[in-house]
Write a protein of this length. Sequence first.
Length: 265
Amino acid sequence: MSAVTTADRPTTRPGGPPAPLEPPSLLRLTRVELRKSCDTRAGRWLLAVIALAVVAVVALVLLLGDGPTSLSHHLAMAQLPIAVLLPVLGILLVTSEWSQRTAMTTFTLVPRRSRVLTAKVLAASALAVLGVVATSAVSVVAVLLTPLATDAGADWSVSAAQVGQVALFQVVSVLSGVAFGMLLLSSPLAIVLYFVLPTVFTIVVSTVGALRWVADWLDLSTATAPMFDGALDAQGWLQLATSTALWLALPMVLGWLRIRRAEIS
């Protein structure tokens, strides 16, 4: 981990002991974690696949779709590949410390483990916001090309509520991946359970009639569905809070405690 540079090294005071080592700032740690997300071959390939998937989805909607061609519709559709793939990068941001055996180096340079974990959370959130910015740019290009590729005109309609809720949705999705990574500390196990557990939960609560009400309050996919169109109402925000508490807050708290207390070898 390159969080400590030459400027952070202790200097010898004339006639006195060396100056104490200053810990790297949280901003520097966040930049380091962002760089880690694309330093590995897996991270670079995953980012490339996400970019290609976003362009492909928007292009298919533009050229083959029979529905609306507004900026709002393109923005909503462009979120799908990011929502599926970017949480995997959030998982790898945590679990790679153990799979690549860099955790000892990281926590030696920064003994306060909570600072490193906070930096990982901030870096993952920044990746989610950057993803929304990138999909917004692709959606704008799609609207510009609409009159050329179809018989429809350019429709720039989009609401601030949709943009804000889409950004929040992506942050929740990526941080859910980070939470599973913290809890399990194994890339394969965290990735599999991140996709399998919510899917099984959704199938069970949707199949069993007596449990269908649970889907509205504890199924994250159900609670976040209105966010694609910026349509969350007061009850929707409450349902988002309860489902986020189950699938994000709970595993993150347990994982945070696990990493803080873990003996790293």
